[in-house]
Write a new protein. Structure first.
Length: 260
């Protein structure tokens, strides 16, 4: 069976992936955690007469909801870094374990292989091979079917794991909308109790402040959704690669090599 040609290599490739994924949300964290010094500089008026708000001012406009979105952005960055380090070829299919299991299969040491992969610390590749070896008495087709089922199960675990990023991508804009609605309700309430006519500038200013939480939510959601899609594709690609490597490893069983 041909091996996938677009495998994910460790080393520099994984470091580049960490940098790429983290860079998605670092601007968000910077935007939502500007220093007070920047807030003082943004208090001055621009030449056109509009207020030039600082980054910290924009965060404060969001109120409690804005700080919740800030927390989600930090969590999203942490998850992206963790997934980048854990969902890669070096982790799911360690080279040393792959060679050890292949040697055991070539020599027919199935009991030793089951003991090695049944310790609970085995990798994705080890669990897939172990599932196949358990069925070796039933023939090669049963071995392949067991490995494919195990690969689907382990891939499902990884997909459920990265689902947290998808949840953040869905929750963040909803929180932004909630903050906007709350801000507009408060703005119109203040206008309703104001004495005299309604100042359009006051109304526009209140709506401007309210809309900032929507902007913050989208800033968090868009890169989180992209990262979720990237990791989902990585899980699919690595799962297919693990199955291909596992089928190649158990190829001696096709020739009737057995063991106790």
């Amino acid at each position: 069976m041909n091996k996938p040609t677009n495998s994910i290599t460790p080393g520099s490739a994984s470091k580049a992936a960490v940098f790429k994924a983290t860079a998605l949300l670092l601007p968000t964290v910077f935007l939502l955690s500007a220093t007070p010094a920047a807030a003082q500089e943004g208090a001055a008026k621009a030449a056109n007469g509009a207020l030039n708000y600082s980054l910290m001012d924009l965060v404060q406009f969001g109120g409690i909801v804005g700080y919740v979105i800030l927390m989600l952005s930090v969590v999203a960055v942490a998850l992206i870094v963790e997934y980048t380090l854990s969902i890669r070829r070096k982790t799911l299919m360690p080279e040393e374990e792959r060679l050890d299991l292949r040697k055991m299969l070539d020599e027919g040491r199935f009991d030793e292989l089951r003991a090695k992969t049944g310790s609970g610390e085995s990798s994705f590749f080890g669990r897939v091979v172990s599932a196949g070896v358990k069925e070796h008495d039933r023939g090669y087709e049963a071995v392949v079917k067991a490995m494919e089922d195990s690969a689907d199960e382990n891939a499902g675990r990884l997909l459920r794991k990265i689902e947290h990023l998808n949840m953040i991508a869905n929750i963040a804009p909803m929180l932004g909308l909630l903050g906007t609605v709350m801000g507009m309700v408060n703005s119109f309430n203040q206008i309703s109790v104001a004495v005299g006519g309604v100042d359009p500038r006051r109304l526009a200013g209140g709506i401007f402040e309210a809309l900032m939480t929507t902007v913050m939510g989208l800033i968090v959601a868009i890169p989180s959704l992209y990262a979720f899609g990237m990791f989902r594709n990585r899980v699919d690609a690595l799962s297919a690669e693990v199955v291909a490597e596992a089928e190649d490893a158990v190829s001696p069983l096709r020739n009737g090599i057995g063991g106790k």
